[in-house]
Design a protein around this ligand. Structure first.
Ligand SMILES: *Cc1c(COP(=O)(O)O)cnc(C)c1O
Length: 345
C-alpha cells in the first residue's frame, strides 16, 4: 500500500459510547444515520462498530451508498432516506434495503414495481423538504409500512415552537397511518425528551462527536483525531513571510514545520491564523494561510520536530466549526479522501 502522510485516528470505543448515550436517552430502539460515508469517517466501519454495540437500524441517503456497504450483518436493517427515484428500480430490486418513500409519486412507483414488499414512509410535519403531506395520508392505505418517519427542522433549538408543532402533526399522522414503528428524532430530537422518541430514533452527528445542540458536547466523546506528517522543517528569518498572501510575517527567526494537510483535506481555510498543531501536550500555532495541501506550524516550542514526524492537529469538531463559521456536519463530512482512516480500540 502506498504511504499516506495524513491520517484520521477513529475511536470505536468513543463511537459506541456516544451511541449508548443516545440509546439510554431514547429508551426505545436506537438506529444510526450513516449517510455521507458515515459523516466522513467510513460508513462500513461505523456500521460494524455500532452493530457490535447493539444498533440494528441504519440510514443512508442513496442507493449507491446502500450498495457500497456490501453485505449486511445478520439482523441489520437498512433504509434509504431519499426513497425510490425514477432511476432507482434496479438498485432497489437488488438490495435488501427499504426505501423511505417521500412523495406520492414515489409511493405509486413503489406499489407498481414492488407491490407487497415492506417499505418506510416519510411524512412532512413542517420542514417542507421531503415527505408525504398530512393531507395525503389516505394514499398510504394498504402499503406494508415498516417505519413511518418524520424529521425535525429546529431540534437544535429546544425553545423553537416548530418542535412541538411537528411533534403534534406527527402524532396525528401516527393515529391515521398503520406502521410497525414510528420515528421522529435525530440526535438533537432525542435531547428534546422522551416525547420525541416514539419507537425508533435516528441519531447521526452526535454519534461522531459533534454536538447536536449547544452544551451537548459535555456528554459526548470525541471520535476523530487528526494527525499529519511533517514534510519539511525550516527556519523563517525575521521579516520574512509565510504562505499565500504573505499574511504572516515573522518577528524573529522562527522554526516552522510544513504539514501535509490543507483545505482539500477538509481543514477549513478559515482556520488560517487560528488553528493549532499538537506535539504531545504542546499546542503549536499555525502560521499564515491554510493552503490546499499544506499548512505551516510554529515549532519554537517543539524544536526537536523533524521531517517525517507525526504531529496532531487540534481538531475538536465543534471548536473548528465555531472558529471557521461552518457547521460540525460540514467539518466531518468535509474530511477528505487523502486521509488513512485508522480505527483504534
Ligand atoms: C441526517 C438525518 C438524520 C440524522 O440527523 P443528525 O442531526 O445528524 O442527528 C436523521 N434523520 C434524517 C431523515 C436525516 O436526514
Amino acid at each position: 500500500m502506498v504511504h499516506r502522510p495524513l491520517r484520521l485516528r477513529l475511536s470505536r470505543q468513543a463511537l459506541a459510547d456516544n451511541w449508548r448515550f443516545f440509546a439510554a436517552r431514547g429508551g426505545v430502539e436506537t438506529g444510526a444515520a450513516i449517510k455521507a460515508d458515515g459523516y466522513g469517517l467510513g460508513a462500513r466501519a461505523v456500521l460494524d462498530t455500532l452493530y457490535a454495540a447493539g444498533a440494528r437500524d441504519f440510514f443512508v441517503a442513496t442507493w449507491s451508498e446502500a450498495a457500497a456497504l456490501g453485505e449486511l450483518p445478520e439482523g441489520a436493517r437498512l433504509a434509504v432516506l431519499h426513497g425510490l427515484g425514477p432511476d432507482d428500480g434496479q438498485a432497489a430490486s437488488a438490495s435488501p434495503a427499504r426505501p423511505v418513500l417521500c412523495s406520492l409519486g414515489q409511493v405509486r412507483r413503489w406499489r407498481a414495481a414492488f407491490g407487497e414488499r415492506p417499505c418506510d414512509v416519510m411524512v412532512d410535519s413542517g420542514m417542507n423538504r421531503l415527505g408525504v403531506g398530512g393531507d395525503e395520508l389516505d394514499a398510504l392505505e394498504g402499503l406494508d409500512i415498516d417505519t413511518l418517519h418524520s424529521h425535525l427542522a429546529c431540534a437544535d433549538d429546544p425553545a423553537h415552537p416548530l418542535n412541538a408543532a411537528q411533534r403534534e402533526r406527527f402524532a396525528a399522522a401516527r393515529a391515521r397511518v398503520r406502521a410497525r414503528r414510528y420515528s421522529l428524532a435525530n440526535s438533537a430530537g432525542i435531547l428534546l425528551g422522551p416525547d420525541y422518541a416514539f419507537d425508533l430514533t435516528r441519531p447521526g452527528i452526535g454519534l461522531y462527536g459533534g454536538a447536536p445542540a449547544p452544551g451537548a458536547e459535555a456528554f459526548l466523546s470525541p471520535v476523530v483525531t487528526v494527525e499529519t506528517q511533517v514534510l519539511q522543517r525550516r527556519v523563517v528569518r525575521a521579516g520574512e513571510a509565510i504562505g499565500y498572501g504573505a499574511t504572516f510575517v515573522a518577528e524573529r527567526d522562527t522554526p516552522v514545520a510544513i504539514l501535509n494537510i490543507g483545505y482539500a483535506d477538509g481543514y477549513p481555510r478559515n482556520m488560517s491564523g487560528q488553528g493549532h498543531a499538537r506535539w504531545g501536550g504542546t499546542l503549536l500555532p499555525l502560521l499564515g494561510r491554510v493552503s490546499m495541501d499544506l499548512v505551516a506550524a510554529d515549532v519554537t516550542r517543539a524544536d526537536e520536530v523533524r521531517e517525517g514526524d507525526w504531529l496532531g492537529l487540534d481538531f475538536d469538531v465543534d471548536a473548528i466549526a465555531r472558529a471557521s463559521g461552518i457547521s460540525a456536519y460540514e467539518v466531518l463530512t468535509g474530511l477528505g479522501s487523502r486521509f488513512a482512516r485508522d480505527w483504534t480500540d
